[in-house]
Ligand binder design. Sequence first.
Ligand code: GDP
Ligand code: ZN
Length: 366
Amino acid sequence: MSGGALAVLGWDEGRAAAFAPHADSGLVPARVTAELRGAYEIAASAGALTASLAGRLRHVAGPGELPVVGDWVAVQARPAEGSASIHAVLPRRTRVTRRAPGDHATPLQVLAANVDIVLIATSLNGDLNPRRLERYLAVAWESGARPAVLLTKADLARDPVEVAIAEAAVAEVAAGVPVLVVSALTGDGLDGLRALVGSTGTVVVLGSSGVGKSTLVNALVGEQRLATTAIREDDARGRHMTTHRQLVPLPGGGAFIDTPGLRELAPWDDGAGLWSAFADVEAYAAGCRFTDCGHDREPGCAVAVAVAAGELGADRLAGWRKLAREERHVTLEQDAVARREERRRWAIIGKAGSARAAARRGEWGR
Ligand code: GDP
Ligand code: ZN
């Protein structure tokens, strides 16, 4: 891989500027293409290398700060051995996060970094679920990247009306979000998808297993890069795969990040994503008497009035409530994690400080 190989993965002047201080220490830039339990694969100018974390980085990185797929990193490269050690993670422009399922010690999980577009894939054979789409959209808006919805397996739609109905259902919960209809089987719509990625963009594909994410990446790459699962088309339920997230460079430039086996996707949110995903609910909420109205039988609730008048679907409000409830829960967790992290940092700083003080006392004692 040459220096231009990093450019097609999105390396630009801004990233070069962020990297500049590391160049002085003899490090080179690279992008994380895969991660599995602390072992990394990276793309560097020297080519693909396997990488591990430098001890110091492992020590100082807080929750959500360790490198993930899509991260730009500063590495000590050993091309002759095909290996490298990662010393620093460059500031992320975007990050796709979720609450780690069931793990309350580290509830924040960064799925992918530095993506330009979050592609929410849902198949045209029975997978479309507006409530789930809302959750994915909240995750997408929160990431800082642009969302787009991908309706897969267009060849399985019985007629154009079925596609139009699906598009309308998406538009209802994802106003203003681009919707693409594709078939990896026939190739229909792939050009539009390539255009969306552009020559340097990075796209992460989210969606239930079985919607055709891996097949799609393989179709774009033009070869069998990712393992796909055979599912029973009648119930649209896929089996779970054990493969891991990876970044796949596309032939025309740009890259795709596949996220196999995502069973749970709960937003980790500062509120911004939730707001964008429920812009219709929030628009009515502006008319509520109380600014912190829970839209749950409070007096002067404009959202309740809109639902009663049939202007806003009761299911939209139910979706909003469910996410808002999780949101409060997450905020409490985040606070607890932040406090723990603060204590940990101070413990490290304190130890370093007393070591320095002991060293000084040693010098003076001589
Ligand atoms: P993933 O879990 O989202 O990565 O899904 P896969 O890519 O493994 O695909 C799941 C199943 O759907 C496989 O049997 C694929 O052959 C099938 N599939 C994927 N894309 C299409 C498509 O465009 N049309 C049809 N008919 N089947 C597809
Ligand atoms: Zn209200």
